[in-house]
Design a protein around this ligand. Sequence first.
Ligand SMILES: [Cu+2]
Length: 177
Amino acid sequence: MNITLPTPRTTATAALVAAAAVALAGCAGNAAEAGSTPSASTATDQAHAVEVQDTWTKATDTDMSGSFGTLTNTSDSEAVLVKAESPEAGMVELHEMTGTSGSMSMQEKDGGFSIAPGQSAELAPGGDHIMLMKLKDELKAGDPVDITLTYADGSTATVPFTTKDYSGADESYGEQE
Ligand SMILES: [Cu+2]
C-alpha cells in the first residue's frame, strides 16, 4: 500500500521540471537559437507572425532597385527583419533614408527593420526599403522577384515581389547615390 506513495510525487516533480523548462524555452529566444533543440514555437516564429503585403519591386534597367511593401506583426512580441536575399540580386541590403529632402541619401539600417507587436512597418519609396544591388538582369514590369526575408529569431519566409514601373518624385533607386 505504501509503495504507491512515491509515484505521484515523482510524477508531479517531473511535470514541474518539464513545465519550467518549457517556460524557460518560451522566453529565452536567444538561448533557443544557440541551442540544439528544434524550436517548439514554429507556429509563432517571426516569419509566421509577420504578414507581408502589397509587395512590389521597381522596374529598372540598371543593376540596382528597391523593393517595397507592408510588414504587419500579428504577434504580441517584437519582430525584427534582419536580412533579405534574392536570387535576382548579387547583394541585398535593408536600407533607410537619411538627411533632408533635397539631399536624401540611403544607408544600411542598423539592426534591421523592427516591427512592434500589432504594428506595421511600411517599406516605401523615400523611406525604408529593401535594396537590391548587383541585379543579374534588368527588371521589367511583371517580372517576379522572390525575396527571402530572415528575422531575428532565424526564421525565414520567401515572398514574391512583383515588378512594376514607378517614377517617384525624387527617388533614385537606380542611380548611384
Ligand atoms: Cu537603398
